[in-house]
Design a protein around this ligand. Structure first.
Ligand SMILES: [Zn+2]
Length: 124
């Protein structure tokens, strides 16, 4: 993991929210749990910019509009709600950035090549 200041630019960095499988891979390759990653607050300017960008994003599959919706999951009798951005046209959806998720941030630099960092999103 490269060390760099993710706040150094005003632009929205290239980002992805890791899905469950990607998190399992990361956990295996780094040998750490998500809580061990550097934390970033949900109210951090970077997170706010990313959430703003998610609202105006289009579907990577069909370029349809993404709309916010709530997905309910039941596991062992407990129902949890998860905010997702869903495509209006196809079955694509992605989670809305929030606490408990892992953010992969990629920064491209002509000097340093590209650097990838992971942040664990915490409440607050
Ligand atoms: Zn779509």
């Amino acid at each position: 993991m490269g060390k760099f200041d993710i706040l150094e630019h005003d632009l929205v960095p290239e980002f992805r929210i890791l899905n469950r499988e990607e998190y399992q891979q990361l956990r295996k390759s780094l040998g750490i749990r998500k809580e061990d990653l550097p934390w970033i607050r949900n109210s951090d300017p970077v997170c706010l910019r990313i959430k703003e960008a998610q609202k105006s994003a289009h579907c990577p599959k069909c370029d349809g509009k993404l709309v916010e919706s709530v997905e309910e999951r039941e596991f062992k009798g407990v129902t949890t709600q998860k905010k997702v951005m869903k495509c209006e046209k196809c079955d694509y959806y992605e989670p809305v950035l929030g606490p408990g998720q892992i953010l992969e941030i990629t920064r491209r630099s002509q000097v340093a090549g590209h650097a990838v960092a992971f942040r664990y999103v915490v409440p607050g």
